[in-house]
Write a protein that binds this ligand. Structure first.
Ligand code: NDP
Length: 283
């Protein structure tokens, strides 16, 4: 009986977590990707290229964008363009979406991935930094989505929002960052309801990532957390698959989903476990 129940559970898990991704669905897809000059965004640019997508890349550092563009062309992207933009400027989102529309003639995937720099340390009361970070990490996402929604509605496209475990479960040393990620969940999960109510076929995929081995993340967390970092290329592929299969949420690594489900069951024990992952004396 026990074996039979275990078999059913394993079968159900395998069914729900089966890979339904079809790479052909991305071939020729028109993609606008933010935060594409480095880290996970750069890796996503390479994956989209291998699948034969048409891409517009954006970030602030032009020399890096040029290099990523060249590599994307070598990897098989059908078209690649880049536009330099600083998402702390309220004018940037509209400019970037218009550029993508002009170059690609429409949009199938909008991938919101960029983040502004923020210290990994105890809260020091810097309200101005929180305001700025809200602009870069949250308000620019809202503005980009708002400018692109009519275009995505036409193509029945996907809006992919890259978030973090710290946007589902609160953790120390990333207070302002965490607030911007929680805000993304609130905004885009509510927007998902309204799009469904209006029968608009635009899918919203929220991506919940754990610690990923990007240069920036490793540099910031070195000596301060006791967790292993997962590979950026795999995180990037998981995000792309989630958007292409129109998943509501994706988790990388996969077990973060279980952690999120358990989030509210044992709050005191949960907080003690979370604190044990961080080195209090170094931050
Ligand atoms: P990186 O810091 O490596 O890259 C950030 C990207 O955003 C770069 O391309 C950077 O380019 C761009 N960027 C930074 N500031 C601005 C700005 N003001 N305007 C426009 N673009 C900007 O980040 P990751 O690759 O690590 O993170 C990518 C996503 O994954 C983020 O949403 C992050 O929250 C999420 N994530 C990452 C984790 C990790 O451990 N790495 C963990 C959980 C979530 P440039 O400087 O040229 O502008």
């Amino acid at each position: 009986k026990v074996l039979c129940t275990a078999g059913i559970i394993v079968g159900l898990l395998a069914f729900f977590w089966r890979d339904t991704f079809n790479p052909d669905s991305i071939s020729g897809a028109r993609v606008l990707l933010t935060g594409a000059s480095a880290g996970i965004g750069e890796q996503m640019a390479y994956h989209y290229s291998r699948f034969g997508a048409e891409i517009v890349l954006t970030a602030r550092r032009e020399t890096l964008l040029q290099k990523v563009t060249e590599k994307c062309l070598q990897l098989g992207a059908k078209k690649v363009f880049y536009i330099q933009a600083d998402m702390s400027s309220p004018q940037a989102p509209e400019k970037v979406v218009q550029f993508a529309l002009q170059k690609l003639g429409g949009l199938d995937h909008l991938v919101l991935n960029h983040i502004g720099g923020t210290p990994f340390q105890m809260w020091d009361g810097d309200v101005e930094h929180t305001r700025w970070l809200m602009q870069v990490n949250f308000l620019s996402y809202v503005a980009l989505a708002s400018a692109a929604l009519p275009i995505l509605a036409e193509s029945k496209g996907s809006l992919i929002v890259v978030s973090s475990l710290t946007g589902k479960i609160s953790t120390p040393f990333t207070i302002s960052y965490s607030a911007t990620k929680f805000a993304l969940d609130g905004f885009f999960s509510s927007l998902r309801h309204e799009l469904a109510m209006q029968k608009q076929d635009v899918c919203i995929t929220l991506c919940i990532l754990g610690l990923i081995d990007t240069e920036m993340a490793l540099e910031k967390t070195r000596g301060k957390v006791y967790m292993s970092a997962y590979p950026a290329a795999e995180a990037a592929l998981t995000i792309i698959k989630g958007g292409a299969t129109r998943a509501r949420e994706v988790f990388y690594p996969w077990w973060l989903e279980l952690l999120c489900h358990l989030r509210d069951w044992f709050p005191n024990q949960r907080d003690v476990v979370i604190q044990s992952f961080y080195n209090y004396t170094s931050a």
